[in-house]
Design a protein. Structure first.
Length: 285
């Protein structure tokens, strides 16, 4: 089996952690990739600084000044993806096999009906206003590669109470998949930034999310922290890995104290736990 096909099964979820891929043609643009090549996973890459990065033929991001970039694979990603780096008249292209994943189904009961099937016109108007606010936060695009050294867990002590990507049944009604991993912890537990970044959005008392914070880690990679009882950062603030963000609560749509931790790369939903301990390729060799 060649290095480009090798994969290691790691972690409790047996996620596929792909071994590094490096360009073989000396006339091609240098390109190295590693990551978790599965639905909900990611690829971290290193290439020529400021190279344009294409995903399935669409230009989606630009490598940092250090040549680093990140690509995300949605929960329902296709079985393969083509990644290409271009700079001047040189390019390099790789096709990655994306492993499927069997997502569980979970039921949550006892939620207030207004958080499952809201119908009040005033509440629906509020939800639309909050969607517009969140959309603006998710549109943040700082020129950074703060994802390069991987992530830590945002809580020191927790229990995974709901797996990422689970098909949800809320109060007996089928709902969208759960695009977060729920970490149950005592009320008031300190939430810490899992990686460097800039606060792109922070707001208390969101209808569904309660206390909500978004961190932009660069190139459209944004992590989300829901249901907080207290918010300890401000929009635009620069945070370092380990800095306090807020406290665990049960605000918004929640039946107990927990942190719902989410990650998005542009419009794609990723499993943030797969980024824990990840590192971008250190060299192009």
């Amino acid at each position: 089996m060649t290095p480009s096909r090798r994969a290691l099964l790691t972690g409790a979820g047996a996620s596929l952690i792909a071994a590094p891929l490096a360009a073989q043609d000396r006339n091609a643009l240098p390109l190295a990739l590693n990551g978790a090549w599965r639905q909900g996973g990611y690829a971290l890459g290193r290439t020529t600084p400021r190279a344009l990065i294409f995903v399935d033929g669409e230009a989606l991001t630009t490598a940092s000044a250090a040549g680093l970039f990140v690509i995300g694979f949605d929960r329902d990603a296709a079985s393969s993806v083509q990644i290409e780096a271009r700079a001047d008249d040189r390019s390099a292209r790789r096709t990655l096999d994306i492993a499927p994943y069997a997502f569980p189904s979970t039921s949550v009961n006892g939620l207030p009906p207004s958080t499952v099937e809201p119908s009040d016109p005033a509440l629906l108007a509020r939800i639309q206003r909050e969607i517009a606010l969140k959309t603006e936060g998710f549109a943040s695009r700082i020129d950074a590669d703060d994802f390069k050294s991987g992530f830590i867990w945002p809580l020191e002590s927790y229990r995974v109470s709901s797996a990422w990507g689970a098909q949800r049944i809320l109060n007996g009604t089928p709902a969208r998949p759960h695009y977060g991993i729920d970490l149950a912890a005592p009320q008031g537990s300190v939430i810490r930034a899992p990686a460097d970044g800039r606060i792109a959005f922070v707001r208390p008392n969101m209808h569904f999310e309660g206390g909500l914070t978004l961190i932009d880690h660069g190139q459209g990679l944004i992590t989300c922290y829901l249901h907080q009882s207290r918010l300890d950062v401000e929009q635009g603030q620069r945070v370092r890995r380990g800095d306090p963000l807020g406290r665990v609560g049960m605000t918004g749509r929640a039946t107990g104290p927990h942190l719902c931790w989410r990650m998005k790369w542009r419009d794609r939903n990723l499993d943030p736990s797969l980024m824990v301990g990840a590192f971008a390729p250190q060299t192009l060799a």
